[in-house]
Design a protein around this ligand. Structure first.
Ligand code: SF4
Length: 734
């Protein structure tokens, strides 16, 4: 009798001829995996592998990390500076001096003619922290525009705003180790297996060992929802209603932690009065979750010894994004679930260094969570940087999303875009296009020359990418990790830090403000001004960070002097009684009335449009669209659509259809699948000139983050499938 092979066929790893491995942190998502890139005998990057003794990923990488070494050789890189007088003219090659003089002269010309704030600067969550700090010093200390922001407004602004409102400061209080202690976890609008695969692996390992209940709140039956004990398919944009209903049950049944509330919070009376209106019967009609399930989940959460909540864009990208975060924090404070192992509210961050820009870029204030609104903060930073404190504005300027409206209305005339691509990432692209065409001057600094926004630029500056540079990044759990320079940038491309320092020379002819050249020196300056603050990094340096495979903040010079080992996991904020960042140390419980202002489906546009990310791709695919090993999984724009909706509309699998919103239309391939409800389609946002042609993107009043996930569309069949395929190919771009 034949039984086939008696031994397993082992995985064979091709010998790539690696002679040296170099250490870095992954440059895609905020998980913060430690990675090593293998170089062959000619010094070419030929392989990537996870670092076994790194606490975050313990040797693992996801699909993007595994092929990250291929990035160094990807198409579309900018090789030299380019200049032109008008955006519609052909480019002319320039040298760096000519290009940087042009940038300086245009900034000063526009500011001289229209005022300091008429020139805007928008950066990113993709650069290294020392680069963010340097850009902040240049912008706030020398250029002096207040219209300076990061593209993190598109992903994490609601988390930042919600943390500040509840706790008095930004800074996620929890860590991945909390999965190993929690007794109950609610995931709000977060599909970890696709968005943050290695965080999901940490969660899954902990859950398999201890079997705590996992509750997923998401309109789709996502991969995480399929692995949950309870899935709550909520009506889009109504999270605040469900949160209020949970708190209604907790307070009505006396399940709150009175001692914790008393010692650590203000505002319980006002909160109790507000949630009184959200009994489960009323709430069920708005949020679509039945009353029994609301009561059951509220009791499960409140009765758990330690309960945690995580969330991602399903909460943040909403007109109630900031309120949704405050609602999560309310629920955590009400049940005493902050600052204890397994009890936390942990925002899962988006970009690899969105945390670094929150901490150090000075976009929304001054470095290390200092406020422009605080005179002492302005005085202190002015003294350290050697600038006049009166040069600083006394409150923050426009958010990124409002900067484009100010271009539209003529208040802003010039723009410097750094590693961000608004023509792909902002909602309602046609409105953004008109704004970009109005600019008197636009500079784009990016490692890729072929980004959509470069076509509207008058100046292009080719930058280095990821591990062509040296510096640190901070991950979701406040862990700072090091990137070493592994490869040289191609052609004349230069690291962003080099570019900022050369620009600074032009605004700082007398050398009044110091701009160190080396990332390690800049880190020392940052460490020295972090002493005694929430994000105290004074005990760290680059060498120590690499040795420990990343260190969580805070880690102070006193701890280092006492010989305390740097935190490699398990470090939490707000562990002491009344240690929040408001003056009395108490967090705020904030009432959240629900205002229904979203675009919702109607007769003309009867389907919800939900947008989001795929595991194989990163943002606008300027990187992953060019790597065959990533792109092959989803090379063309498509929608996930419920098979019943397909049958009703006569749509076949693989057929091209036209999605139409009040803004515009897009041609996509239909992929019938059960996880999306019948009244919704899911459209990955990665494809050129596609998802954001359709989105409305109403803005959250606190965070100014767009509601990408709540638009209304209709679906039209297309008779000429050959023409539809051609239109869809145009949206591929890469
Ligand atoms: Fe990189 Fe995120 Fe994947 Fe880790 S999970 S390898 S950080 S993309």
């Amino acid at each position: 009798m034949l039984f086939g092979r008696s031994k397993k066929n082992p995985i064979k790893i091709a010998d790539k001829g690696v002679v040296e491995w170099k250490y870095a942190a992954c440059g895609y998502c905020s998980t913060g995996c430690s990675i090593e890139v293998g170089l062959d005998a000619e010094g070419r990057p030929v392989a990537s592998r996870g670092v076994a003794d790194a606490d975050v990923n313990r040797g693992k990488l996801c699909l993007k990390g595994i092929f990250e070494h291929e990035l160094f050789d990807s198409a579309g890189r900018g090789l030299q500076p380019l200049i032109r007088d008008h955006w519609y003219q052909p480019w002319e090659a320039s040298d760096w001096d000519g290009a940087l003089d042009k940038l300086h002269d245009e900034i000063r010309r526009i500011q001289g003619r229209y005022g300091r704030d008429s020139f805007a600067i928008i950066s990113t969550g993709q650069m290294l922290t020392e680069e963010f700090y340097t850009l902040g010093k240049l912008t706030r200390g020398l250029i002096g525009t207040n219209n300076y922001d990061g593209n993190t407004t598109l992903c994490m602004a609601s988390a930042v705003s919600g943390y500040k409102r509840s706790f008095g400061s930004d800074g996620p209080p929890g860590c991945y180790e909390d999965f190993e202690y929690t007794d109950c976890l609610i995931a709000w609008g977060s599909n970890l297996p696709e968005q943050h695969p290695i965080i999901y692996w940490r969660l899954k390992e902990a859950q398999e060992q201890r079997g705590f209940p996992l509750i997923v709140v998401d309109p789709r039956v996502t991969m995480l929802a399929q692995n949950a004990h309870i899935h709550l398919p909520i009506t889009p944009g109504t999270d605040v209603v469900l949160q209020n209903a949970f708190m209604h049950v907790i307070l009505a049944e006396g399940l709150e932690d009175r001692a914790y509330i008393e010692a650590n919070t203000n505002g319980i009376e006002a909160l109790s009065a507000e949630v009184e209106h959200y009994d489960p019967v009323t709430a069920a009609h708005i949020c679509g979750i039945d009353e029994d399930t609301i009561r059951h989940v509220a009791r499960l959460f409140a009765n758990a010894g330690a309960a945690m909540q995580i969330w991602t864009m399903g909460i943040n990208q909403s007109t109630h994004g900031s309120d949704g975060v405050v609602g999560i924090n309310n629920l955590a404070l009400l049940t005493g679930n902050i600052g204890k192992p397994g009890g936390t509210s942990l925002s899962i961050t988006g970009q690899c260094n969105a945390m670094g820009t929150r901490e150090w870029s000075s976009c929304s204030g001054l470095p290390n969570y200092r406020y422009l609104e605080n005179p002492e903060d302005r005085e202190e930073i002015a003294r350290i940087w050697n600038v006049d404190p009166e040069f600083f504005p006394k409150k923050r300027g426009l958010f990124q999303t409002d900067i484009y409206h100010a271009i539209e209305s003529g208040q802003i005339k010039g723009l410097w875009l750094i590693a961000t691509n608004p023509m792909s990432s902002l909602p309602n692209t046609s409105r953004i296009r008109k704004a970009m065409e109005k600019l008197e001057f636009c500079a784009v600094q990016d490692c890729y020359q072929d980004s959509e926004s470069t076509q509207y630029a008058h100046l292009y500056l080719p930058a280095g990418t990821w591990a062509e540079k040296e510096g640190v990044m901070t991950n979701t759990e406040r862990r700072i990790n090091l990137i070493n320079p592994i490869a040289r940038s191609p052609g004349q491309a230069r690291p962003d830090l080099w570019i900022f320092n050369r620009v600074a020379e032009r605004f700082n002819r007398e050398g009044r403000v110091k701009f160190p050249e080396r990332a390690s020196e800049i880190f020392q300056e940052m460490a020295s001004i972090s002493k005694g603050r929430l994000a105290d990094i004074s005990g760290m340096n680059h060498e120590l960070i690499e040795q420990n495979r990343g260190i969580q903040w805070p880690y102070t010079e006193q701890q280092a002097a006492r010989g305390e080992p740097p935190p490699r996991g398990g470090k939490r904020l707000y562990t002491e009684t009344a240690s929040f960042r408001y003056a009395d140390g108490k967090a705020k419980l904030i009432p959240l009335p629900f205002i229904d202002n979203n675009e919702v489906p109607d007769e003309a546009f009867p389907i919800w449009l939900n947008t989001g990310r795929l595991i194989e791709h990163w943002h606008g695919r300027t990187k992953t669209g060019k790597l065959g090993n990533n792109n092959k999984y989803s090379p063309i724009p498509f929608i996930e659509i419920n098979p019943d909706l397909c049958a009703e509309q006569g749509i076949r699998r693989g057929e091209y259809v036209r999605l139409v919103s009040r803004r515009s239309d897009a041609v996509v391939m239909a992929q019938p699948t059960q996880p999306v409800p019948k009244n919704m389609v899911f459209l990955p946002f990665h494809f050129h000139d596609c998802a954001n042609r359709l989105t409305l993107g109403l803005l959250d009043p606190h965070s100014r983050q767009p509601a990408y996930k709540q638009s209304a569309v209709r679906i039209e069949r297309i008779a000429d499938q050959r023409e539809a395929a051609r239109l869809s190919m145009e949206m591929r771009k890469f």
